[in-house]
Design a protein around this ligand. Structure first.
Ligand code: GLA
Length: 397
């Protein structure tokens, strides 16, 4: 069953009535600019046609409990505005892992002075978890727009995204950048999103004609990501602190040119140097790539995606053998312009730019060869680029 029907049906069964609203928030795929959002760089994501769905209504009159059923797990949690302050549920037990996402969003919204109405909700998602497609940001954004609809207030999508990011940073404890929440909040159907992660200015760019975006899921799920992810971020911060002595004007690695980096990189510990080199070169690559995209030079753009994978594999060290295998096979197939891992890494998916007429054969061949090589069952799909998070009154269904 599609997750939209699943949440509506589960809601009806549990509450014996129709929900008032349905919230939808997409996952994302990132074409270029990986691990640069928290270094003030540029990213090029797109919202995808996989999403988190929340069927919801206000709680019964007089109740201050938000009751949320995670239909994918068959588990329910209930919390109040005051219980979430200490990460406990309404019965005083610690919030389970998935409950920290909606609770964290409520906490961040409340902290910004926005009204949180208690809700009855059922949610589910068809974004695989731990696969690099931002399943957690989509849960955050789905609840953010849900609370906005229930509270009758509205703020610009980017501000909502920043509050969702705050929930993930300060409540869940992953020190992520803004890319995922931004893409889920601000996605535009059939368009790529170009975000300057420092100024937060963004624009959309067309998807090149005759090009399909293909997501290839290795089926390997990441583990221990938050500690590895936070460690990468720390290495970048350390690099800035050290480089600042010679380059006092810099605020983030985005401000360091490749030439300056080469002059001073010997002052960095070896590991920090590798991490920072990825970022400095990736910022430079993404600027070049954006120009190429605007000039319609798709072959060259794809080439830069390939270079990005090498850098993520060898310098940032966030790839795994299965992702490398998926990328190598893809790059050897007809019609593939570029392939690389997408998202944080350590498992999950690759993103591939493929000439449309060759895309079916590409997908079939990639799946077959990857299975033979790894004994795993991958999932390959052609992605439709979608709109960002929204709430639909269910009476309009
Ligand atoms: C995760 C984070 C993002 C970004 C990517 C890597 O998806 O949530 O903020 O840092 O990793 O580019």
């Amino acid at each position: 069953m599609h997750p939209k029907d699943f949440v509506l049906e589960t809601y009806r069964q549990r509450y014996g009535k129709e929900p008032t609203y349905l919230a939808i928030a997409p996952g994302r795929v990132n074409l270029l600019g990986e691990h640069v959002d928290y270094n003030d760089g540029f990213v090029l994501p797109a919202a995808i046609d996989r999403a988190t769905y929340v069927a919801f209504s206000g709680a019964e009159p007089g109740s201050d409990h938000s009751t949320i059923l995670a239909a994918d797990f068959g588990e329910v949690t209930s919390f109040t505005e005051s219980s979430i302050e200490t990460k406990i549920d309404a019965n005083g037990a610690p919030l389970c892992e998935w409950a920290r996402y909606p609770a964290g969003v409520a906490w961040a919204l409340k902290g910004a002075g926005l009204a949180i109405q208690p809700m009855q909700a059922v949610f589910a998602s068809d974004i695989p978890r731990g696969a690099g497609l931002s399943s957690s940001s989509s849960v955050e954004m789905a609840f953010a727009v849900a609370w906005s609809a229930l509270g009758g207030w509205s703020i610009p999508p980017m501000e909502l995204a920043l509050l969702a990011q705050r929930a993930e940073n300060k409540y869940v404890g992953v020190n992520c950048g803004i890319m995922d929440q931004f893409a889920s909040a601000c996605g535009v159907a059939d368009r790529l999103l170009l975000l300057d992660c420092r100024s937060l200015e963004w624009q959309t760019l067309p998807i090149p004609e005759n090009i399909a975006i293909v997501i290839a899921d290795t089926s390997v799920r990441r583990k221990l990501t938050s500690s590895e992810y936070n460690a990468r971020r720390q290495a970048c911060e350390e690099a800035v602190t050290i480089l600042k002595k010679d380059l006092p004007g810099i605020r983030a690695l985005r401000d360091v040119s490749v030439a300056d980096f080469n002059r001073f990189c010997h002052k960095l510990p070896k590991m920090v140097e590798k991490r920072a080199r990825h970022v400095v070169e990736e910022v430079e690559r993404s600027l070049r790539a954006i120009q190429l995209l605007q000039q319609g030079e798709i072959q060259a753009f794809g080439q830069i995606m390939n270079e990005c994978h090498v850098s993520l594999r060898d310098l940032y060290e966030v790839s795994i053998p299965e992702l490398n295998a998926m990328v190598e096979i893809a790059q050897s197939l007809p019609g593939c312009l570029g392939a690389r891992l997408t998202g944080a890494g350590f498992g999950g998916c690759t993103v591939n730019l493929v000439e449309k007429p060759k895309v079916q054969a590409f997908a079939a061949e990639l799946a077959a060869r990857f299975s033979i090589k790894t004994n795993l069952k991958p999932e390959i799909y052609i992605c439709r680029v979608s709109d960002g998070a929204q709430v639909i009154p269910t009476s309009l269904h």
